[in-house]
Design a protein around this ligand. Structure first.
Ligand SMILES: *Cc1c(COP(=O)(O)O)cnc(C)c1O
Length: 392
């Protein structure tokens, strides 16, 4: 086992080592986190709508816990399919205006399970270079050919579709909003390409569900191209503030997944209290449009404050705002200086992002106030100047 120590040293020397640290929620202040005894503005959470501490969701979960117990006890195909599931899946299908929905334990299992159920040896998956790791792992599991196209490069995608014309099944898969960059996939163009080449289209709405669309349906609805999406994937771990994931599509797709998606079949069903909590979050997401409005406002304000400070920030309204730093050591120093200034914002390093693009990934929440964000931008500017990331 000595090799592990040696490999870890190499990893640490390249400033790539990660370690765990504790972080607690602050119930009375949902935009904050407590770490090492200090209160920090939480700019590293995916709880975009500020629902993770919502009393209504917590109350629903507590009641379900009392009637349904702690765990589900089995896979859904055995005896784990508790009553809260059918209610949630019917609500999801209705919300997305789809025939059917299927809940998975989490987004990682949904992506890896769905992709490996849809394609196999002899097939090909066209996947954006910046897609989430769970998509990449699904492709590896499936044994299909992995055709990675350059980020959002539709010409490159077309040329790969030409090259792999002879493959049996073709699946195009993309994040709707990219998790480490906050930019959007060209979904309208992807819809026309998928029709042109007779491919299936799968869209991962992990960072856009709850945020875009009049009822938070996601970016595909906002753009009106949802009917071109064959496999719609979303999570309950980000905007929903809970845990879990889902797939929406036709009855036939869902029937296939119940029979073929191994992470669905061979894993214990989510605790029923979690499923009940998700249903409550779904009601809030559909009805409380002000949370989305607040998030757009926060995003516009924070982006423009950083631009004014001299950072290069993409225009947009996604709550994911990366500040590119470049090298790993500077990114780590930036993050710890932010912590000293009362801000929790993680340094994101390779292999999560491509080499040489280490960054601080700020994520916003509807719970952040204008003053908190303006103050944060000022601190970020000061630290940027100190570390030479910004030049005055
Ligand atoms: C977070 C994320 C996932 C995984 O979801 P979990 O529920 O956290 O496992 C999948 N896809 C994307 C794009 C994500 O950002």
């Amino acid at each position: 086992m000595n090799w592990i120590e040696r490999e870890l040293e190499i990893w640490a020397d390249a400033t790539l080592e990660r370690s765990l640290r504790e972080s607690s929620p602050v119930c009375e202040a949902p935009g904050y986190t407590e770490s090492r005894g200090r209160l920090l503005l939480n700019m590293s959470s995916n709880d975009y709508l500020g629902l993770a501490q919502h009393p209504g969701i917590i109350d629903t979960m507590r009641k379900a816990l009392l009637t349904e117990g702690a765990g589900s006890g089995a896979s859904r195909l055995v005896t784990g399919n508790r009553p809260p599931y059918s209610h949630l899946e019917a609500s999801l299908a209705d919300w997305q205006n789809r025939e059917a929905a299927l809940v998975f334990a989490n987004g990682y299992m949904a992506n890896s399970g769905v992709i490996s159920a849809l394609v196999n040896r002899g097939d090909v998956v066209f996947s954006d270079q910046l897609n989430h790791a769970s998509i990449v792992d699904g492709i590896i599991l499936s044994r299909a050919e992995h055709a990675r196209y350059r980020h959002n490069d539709m010409e490159h995608l077309r040329s790969l579709l030409q090259r792999y014309q002879d493959k049996r099944r073709k699946l195009i898969v993309t994040d709707a909003v990219f998790s480490m960059d906050g930019d959007q996939a060209p979904l309208l163009e992807l819809a026309s390409i998928k029709r042109e080449y007779g491919a299936m289209l799968m869209v991962d709405e992990a960072h856009s569900g709850g945020i875009y669309g009049l009822r938070g349906e996601g970016l595909c609805h906002e753009l009106g191209m949802q009917n071109d999406v064959d496999i719609h994937m979303g999570t309950f771990s980000k905007s929903f503030g809970v845990y879990g994931a889902y797939i929406c599509g036709t009855h036939t797709l869902i029937r296939w997944l119940v029979n073929k998606a191994r992470p669905f079949i061979y894993s214990t069903a989510l605790p029923p209290s979690v499923v009940a909590g998700i249903s409550k979050a779904l009601v809030l997401i559909q009805g409380e449009h002000w949370r989305r409005e607040r998030l757009y406002e926060a995003s516009r304000l924070f982006r423009s404050a950083l631009c004014t400070a001299g950072f290069t920030i993409a225009i947009g309204d996604s709550p994911i705002v990366p500040v590119l730093v470049g090298d790993n050591a500077t990114a780590l120093r930036f993050s710890s200086a932010l912590e000293s200034a009362g801000i929790a914002a993680a340094a994101i390093r390779p292999p999560t992002v491509p080499d040489g693009t280490a960054r601080i990934r700020f994520s916003l929440s509807a719970a952040h106030t204008d003053i908190e964000l303006t103050d944060a931008a000022e601190q970020i500017r000061t630290i940027g100047l100190q570390l030479g990331v910004l030049h005055s």
